[in-house]
Design a protein around this ligand. Structure first.
Ligand code: SF4
Ligand code: SF4
Length: 207
């Protein structure tokens, strides 16, 4: 268990709903859910998930902290907004799902090898290097994330896609040696670092 996770579990012992309200984006809306099931029925992917939004909200109120924060389901939300458009109580369901995923990541509770989380992290690391995404390196990082052998297999399987991207100038082999970036990369990195410090102080203040 991470130190932050331990601290938060202690602080909100027996009141997971309060913890969500204080630390998860739009978490204060969860108590408004009346368990009608419209979101579960509207979600195009919900059937494939272990926990639909309706179930997640029910589990939050039932205090199932570990089960919610280690759930794979909120990572699978595609932000289609079907659920928000139909919820009779107007809950910002999409934002809560992403907020829960973000909170789980901060606490170190994301399931191992969760593909959306892995992609998000690789994308973020790539973006932060120069302030713009280097598509070639992004593709290579994804292909080779499970080792060299698997990387070669992935690259061969997607050879045509790579060639098409190069033809359409969406990817350039020279990007391997640097690639484009913004003018003030260190300014951007400082700004993000400061924002992270503010966020950390906020969450520590709640703990
Ligand atoms: S549609 Fe809204 S009120 Fe109904 S279960 Fe989903 S979140 Fe709750
Ligand atoms: S926004 Fe997410 S949770 Fe809502 S219906 Fe779409 S995929 Fe499902």
């Amino acid at each position: 268990m991470s130190d932050l996770n331990t601290a938060m579990a202690e602080r909100y012992r027996n009141n997971f709903l309060k913890e969500v309200e204080a630390n998860v984006e739009e978490g204060e809306w969860v108590k408004m859910c009346m368990q009608c099931g419209v979101c579960a029925g509207s979600c195009p992917l919900g059937n494939a998930w272990e926990h639909t939004p309706q179930k997640i909200f029910m589990m939050i109120r039932a205090g199932k902290r570990e089960a919610v924060l280690s759930s794979d389901s909120m990572w699978m939300c595609t932000s289609c907004y079907n659920c928000i458009a139909r919820c009779p109580r107007g809950l910002p369901i999409t934002h809560i799902m992403h907020g829960l995923a973000h909170y789980a990541k901060r606490l170190g509770l994301v399931p191992k090898n969760q593909p959306t989380q892995e992609f998000s992290q690789i994308f973020w690391d790539n973006l932060m290097k120069k302030g713009r995404v280097n598509e070639l390196k992004l593709g290579l990082s994804l292909y080779f994330k499970d080792g060299f052998g698997q990387g070669i297999k992935n690259a061969l399987a997607n050879k045509q896609l790579g060639q098409n991207m190069m033809k359409a100038k969406r990817m350039n082999a020279m990007e391997f040696f640097g690639g484009h970036g913004i003018k003030d990369t260190s300014g951007l990195q400082k700004m993000i670092k400061k924002a992270q410090e503010i966020e950390d102080a906020k969450i520590q203040g709640n703990s």
